[in-house]
Design a protein around this ligand. Structure first.
Ligand code: 2AL
Length: 247
């Protein structure tokens, strides 16, 4: 089984960390290939960053199709380009935010999210609403650390995340915590030990869901809006997509 893990930002060190976390949790016989787009933002912290990175996500899915990937993971907590990616393949495509939300509801009745910046927390609130998980999430908290501080200032970032997770445990009336950034993929066990609650992190959750879907033989439905995009002319910088038959 080949799972393609796409880090939508262009920071190779974060891609390597995400890939290692995915490999550690993957079943024997699962091959992980971790990639990131060649062009785009080095971190994703805004709607604008998400819009640009979504193009890169679709490009990486198309490359994965050429290599025969069995499943894809979109490894940024905003799940940028998730629905577009699903249109381009029959393989399951899982976003790390939706994976973490699903897992959290299976082991707790209420969870809180601890993410990087307040503004990305608002993006997470949009996702909770659009996915139908708003009633399960008590609070979205931000450690107020830029995404790349997780790479460059790891220990200070870790301390701030743990502090916010302890506040969530003590104040939110929750049973579990969801970590809200792909760059936190290596912190799950450490934070869970420090906080004493189940901690769910999306990259690892998504690997296990991808293995389950592939094992069940379940693929992305091509009936309805997730059908392959209709061939049509594209203009300007996207003209090479003109009349592409994605199937
Ligand atoms: C993210 C993430 O997971 N990767 C990234 O670059 N930005 N999202 C976030 N909420 O910090």
């Amino acid at each position: 089984m080949h799972i393609r893990v796409i880090n939508p930002n262009t920071t190779a060190a974060m891609t390597a960390k995400i890939g290692e976390a995915a490999e550690r949790i993957a079943a024997p016989g699962t091959r992980i290939s971790a990639v990131n787009p060649a062009s785009g933002p080095v971190s994703i912290e805004s709607h604008f960053d998400e819009a640009i990175s979504a193009v890169g996500v679709t490009e990486e899915v198309r490359r994965g199709e050429a290599e025969g990937a069995d499943a894809y993971i979109v490894a940024c907590f905003g799940d940028p380009g998730l629905m577009a990616a699903r249109e381009l393949t029959r393989a399951p495509v899982i976003g790390i935010a939706e994976a973490a939300f699903h897992m959290a509801t299976l082991i707790s009745t209420r969870f809180s999210i601890v993410t990087t910046l307040g503004r990305t927390g608002i993006i997470a609130e949009h996702l909770l609403a659009s996915y139908g998980f708003a009633g399960h999430c008590r609070r979205v908290r931000a450690a107020e650390i830029p995404v790349l501080d997780l790479e460059e200032d790891g220990d200070a970032a870790y301390q701030r995340i743990v502090t916010e997770c302890r506040r969530a445990r003590d104040e939110d009336g929750i049973g579990a915590i969801v970590l809200g950034c792909g760059g936190m993929a290596d912190l799950t066990a450490r934070i869970s030990d420090a906080v004493g609650l189940p901690v769910i992190e999306g990259v690892t959750a998504a690997v296990k869901l991808a293995e389950a879907l592939v094992g069940l033989g379940l693929q992305t439905s091509k009936h309805g809006d997730l059908a392959f995009p209709r061939p049509k002319p594209f203009t300007g910088r996207f003209s090479e997509l003109s009349d592409t038959r994605f199937e």
